[in-house]
Design a protein. Structure first.
Length: 232
């Protein structure tokens, strides 16, 4: 067991956003994702927004949230486009929204634009009483840019800030999780996502302060934990 973290399978499952964001995922694949999420007690299914209504239908008798990804994975749409897609997902039953910031504006250091975007997205989600997660896509950012985004989040108050889409050139790192936890207020949680495929990595992210783990390997993580506890 990773030092400092002692969770059972149920507790670990509650951290996990069970993910299938593949562009070729079939309806059968999405139904299977929802059934697995219910069986294992995962916190959320992370899906492309077009699949929101069907996943909501399949999960209506459970506590599992439906999480729609907005402007995914590039973030390169206008604020108006993001708001339209977000509200469409909300009206179709999304319980949580994960949206990607406009990375061009971040790299241009146009932080006023990023703050305006974040304020409008968070306000729309909170109007519907829905959790809003802001994806930084850290693999393209330097530490100063990541810290600037954390400071904007401190002013705007999204529910989560998130490391990665999993579709960039890199995913979650321990260093990024620690940096984000250090620079964001305690009321704003950190989600680690992208490349988290083994138990030790997941537990290390939790130990570093991540409150959610986005992964398509949630089932194998639970099985790995169960086997490890049985061998103790």
């Amino acid at each position: 067991m990773k030092a400092g973290v002692n969770v059972d399978a149920k507790e670990l499952a509650a951290y996990i956003d069970h993910t299938n964001l593949k562009p070729d995922a079939s309806e059968a694949d999405m139904k299977k994702l929802c059934e697995e999420a219910k069986e294992y007690g995962f916190c959320m299914v992370a899906i492309n927004s077009v699949q929101t209504s069907c996943c909501k239908k399949w999960l209506c008798d459970s506590a599992v949230h439906v999480g729609a990804a907005i402007s995914f994975p590039l973030g390169q749409t206008t604020i108006a486009t993001k708001l339209f897609e977000c509200e469409d997902a909300l009206r179709n039953g999304a319980d949580e929204i994960d949206y990607v910031v406009n990375l061009t504006k971040v790299k241009d250091h146009d932080y006023a634009y990023i703050e305006d975007e974040m304020r409008q997205m968070v306000a729309l989600c909170h109007k519907y009483h829905v959790i809003c997660k802001v994806i930084f896509e850290n693999c393209y950012l330097n530490d100063e840019e990541k810290i600037q985004l954390c400071e904007i989040a401190n002013r705007v108050r999204p529910d989560f800030i998130k490391t990665s889409t999993g579709f960039g050139v890199g995913g979650a790192t321990l260093e990024d999780v620690k940096l984000m936890v250090e620079h964001v207020d305690e009321a704003i949680a950190v989600k680690a996502a992208g490349g988290i495929r083994d138990l030790d990595t997941a537990l290390a992210m939790i130990e570093a302060g991540a409150k959610r783990i986005g992964t398509s390997s949630g089932i194998s993580l639970i099985h790995e934990l169960t086997k490890r506890k049985e061998s103790c």
